[in-house]
Design a protein around this ligand. Structure first.
Ligand SMILES: Cc1ncc(C[n+]2csc(CCOP(=O)(O)OP(=O)(O)O)c2C)c(N)n1
Length: 388
């Protein structure tokens, strides 16, 4: 007998899961339909599965147990932030994956290799997997997984084979495309700031830090987080790993803490790696998110190899993705005014400030003295209790 997917959905709610993000699989569509229709649940369509993992991480750090929905074809897209964010930082989340290409079943041939690898891949990263076959007790499976998340602070996975859910179908009146009604008719113009030589990263942080102490900051992996770590306090989440997902983690926080200013310190290489985040943030319209992209035209942290950022107009891309306030700063003299201007957008939607920096780096940056689990625990305490 196939399961009624509503029983799984009900079990998720009973166990406190209210934040959902993912990339669809038709097998999981019944859960997405229910989540989209519910006033008490948030479903955020992600641009890629790793973004959904990062959004879930941000939401958990802000206090909300989170679910990621994905097809197992997308597991490859999710592994980087599972392996370098969720597991080492001890950030739990429930991963619900469909199981296409399950060995011994008929399915499209391109699903077969990942179908064979799926369970083993989860287990390689110490993520326990429960297969929701026809005999499974859905309530028990969710409760056990939820207990695992609480006890180990690491993810757990539920695997949903084909054909175990009753067939439903999208209701005619399913939720309309999100945020389309809020999207400005015309993209905003680009505010420009500058004057004088370019700042370096240290000068950017000197300008940024006094302007960011009323909120949370997520910084991208590499030198940005190394340098922010010199000022480490509970308000900061300096990422090591999950390259490109700083904005996604920040977005997850804003899903739960809607009143808190959340700042992102991104890199040009990192943002280019995950440009889809601009579309997700633009659609979600977090009201208090300031996204600063420090662009040195290089992957400085790995030796200074060139990025393709000289050909990328981050501000205009962001504007056309739905950021309501976008600016560019090319010169140290304009930096304070530029960050103040970006902050002035707090409350009215996401802003993006593209800051050109040069390649002079601070010397002898130390790594944080505390490990990733402690960084995450301190940040979570700040987000949930307000004490930095
Ligand atoms: C998925 C992934 N690919 C590559 C790396 C190696 N890596 C770490 S930092 C970095 C450079 C980041 O460049 P950018 O975002 O421009 O920041 P910058 O180093 O210039 O501050 C790279 C490639 C990584 N950590 N993760």
């Amino acid at each position: 007998m196939p399961h009624d997917p509503k029983r799984l959905y009900a079990a998720l709610l009973e166990n406190g899961f209210k934040e959902f993000s993912g990339v669809p699989c038709s097998i999981l569509d019944p859960l997405i339909i229910d989540a989209e229709a519910s006033p008490e649940v948030h479903y955020l369509p992600a641009s890629v599965e790793g973004e959904a993992v990062s959004v879930a991480a941000g939401a958990w750090l802000a206090g909300s147990p989170s679910v990621v929905l994905m097809q197992n074809s997308g597991l490859g897209n999710a592994i980087n932030p599972i392996a370098s964010l969720a597991v080492p930082y001890r950030i739990p989340m429930l991963l619900i994956s469909s199981w296409r290409g399950e060995p011994g079943t008929q399915d499209a041939v391109h699903h077969a290799p990942m179908g064979r690898a799926t369970q083993a891949l989860f287990e390689l990263f110490d993520v326990p997997v429960t297969v929701l076959d026809e005999d499974a007790d859905l309530g028990r499976a969710v409760a056990d997984a939820s207990k695992h998340l609480d006890e180990t602070l690491t993810p757990a996975a539920l695997l949903v084979p084909r054909g175990v859910f009753e067939k439903g179908g999208r209701p005619e009146d399913a939720a309309p495309p999100m945020a389309s009604a809020q999207r400005p008719v015309a993209a905003p113009s680009v505010a420009t700031f500058g004057g004088g030589p370019l700042p370096n990263r240290t000068e950017l942080l000197e300008s940024f830090l006094p302007r960011a102490m009323d909120g949370a900051t997520v910084s991208t992996t590499g030198y940005m987080s190394r340098e922010l770590s010199a000022h480490l306090c509970g308000r900061f989440f300096p990422m090591q790993g999950s390259m490109g997902f700083a904005a996604a983690i920040a977005l997850g926080i804003t899903r739960v803490k809607t009143e808190l200013p959340v700042f992102v310190l991104d890199g040009d290489g990192a943002l280019i790696m995950r440009m889809g985040s601009l579309a997700t943030v633009g659609a979600a319209q977090p009201t208090r998110l300031v996204h600063i992209v420090a662009d040195n035209g290089t992957y400085a942290s790995t030796g200074g190899q060139k990025t393709v950022s000289p050909g990328v107009d981050f501000a205009r891309v962001a504007a056309h993705c739905g950021y309501g306030r976008v600016g560019v700063c090319e010169g140290r003299r304009g930096l304070d005014a530029a960050i103040d201007w970006a902050r002035d957008g707090l409350g009215s939607g996401p802003s993006l400030l593209h800051v050109a920096i040069d390649t002079r780096e601070a010397k002898d940056l130390e790594r944080p003295k505390i490990g990733p689990p402690q960084i995450a625990a301190n940040f979570r305490r700040y987000l949930m209790e307000g004490a930095a």
